[in-house]
Design a protein around this ligand. Structure first.
Ligand SMILES: Nc1nc2c(ncn2[C@@H]2O[C@H](COP(=O)(O)OP(=O)(O)O)[C@@H](O)[C@H]2O)c(=O)[nH]1
Ligand SMILES: [Mg+2]
Length: 240
């Protein structure tokens, strides 16, 4: 059976690699992402008889097309479509970290928020109510300490339950200014006609409105490869 693919996303220094090591131990290898100088690390582990492949995405503060790191992370989430994207956030600076989490919630339904460094947060007197956060964000939230191996069982069980469909998510989606929402309404239908249900049409519409040329090119390649015809500049026509 094919392994479940779990991608680790998050800001730099949130403990992604520590969690990656905790979960995969020595069963990991590193190389480069195809055509990039960005490090690619993946590893395997088992839980309750299921096989998992864990992908440590580059740490980024956002997921636009600002750098190779951001492109690698966001292309993986949108185009490779991991079974679960685990957003690792730093429990000592939630506000800054939730920015990236909200971006991921716009891109996929299969998200779990993993609040790490919970030992540090507790030392600093920061109390985080994961249930309130979970109901506001519409996805599971799990507190862990990757370094002290705390909360890992709950995290693994949550992943398994999401994969089995025991947990339904309803990711929180940002509402933009009325002018922007108006534009989205106008364009999303055409975007969906081009990408079908394969990709998140609202998110793609937003990126196109933002003039994200790298994403535009990537979409053309993807659609051509999938044999949808994807005539060049079809997306450009949609936005012009
Ligand atoms: N106190 C504490 N430190 C942690 C924890 N997880 C990771 N760290 C530390 O945070 C720093 C960044 O971790 P790293 O895994 O490299 O983060 P990455 O950049 O997201 O891959 C390292 O010094 C880790 O030892 C944790 O649960 N508690
Ligand atoms: Mg790392």
């Amino acid at each position: 059976m094919k392994a479940n693919r779990i991608a680790l996303a998050g800001n730099p220094n949130t403990g992604k690699s520590t969690l990656f090591n905790t979960l995969t131990g020595l069963k990991q290898h590193t190389g480069n992402w195809p055509g990039k100088t960005v490090v690619h690390a993946e590893g395997t582990f088992q839980h309750q008889g299921e096989d998992y492949l864990l992908i440590d995405l580059p740490g980024t503060y956002s997921l636009f097309s600002n750098s190779s790191d951001e492109e690698v992370a966001r292309d993986y989430i949108v185009f490779e479509k991991p079974d679960v994207t685990l957003v690792v956030v730093d429990g000592t600076s939630m506000e800054r970290n939730l920015n990236l989490a909200l971006q991921v919630l716009e891109m996929t339904d299969n998200v779990i928020i993993c609040i790490n460094l919970i030992d540090e947060a507790e030392k600093k007197g920061i109390a985080i109510d994961e249930e309130i956060l979970s109901s506001k964000l519409g996805v599971p939230v799990v507190k862990v300490s990757a370094r002290n191996k705390k909360g890992i069982d709950t995290l693994l069980d949550t992943i398994a339950r999401l994969l089995r469909g025991d947990i339904q998510t309803k990711p929180y989606r940002l509402t933009y200014r009325p002018e922007i929402e108006e534009q989205i309404k106008k364009l999303e239908f055409s975007v969906r006609k081009l990408v079908g249900n394969d990709y998140p049409s609202r998110w793609i519409t937003l990126r196109l409105l933002d003039g994200d040329d790298a994403l535009l090119k990537k979409l053309h390649d993807q659609i051509k490869n999938k044999g949808r015809g994807g005539k060049p500049n079809e997306f450009r026509k949609v936005i012009n």
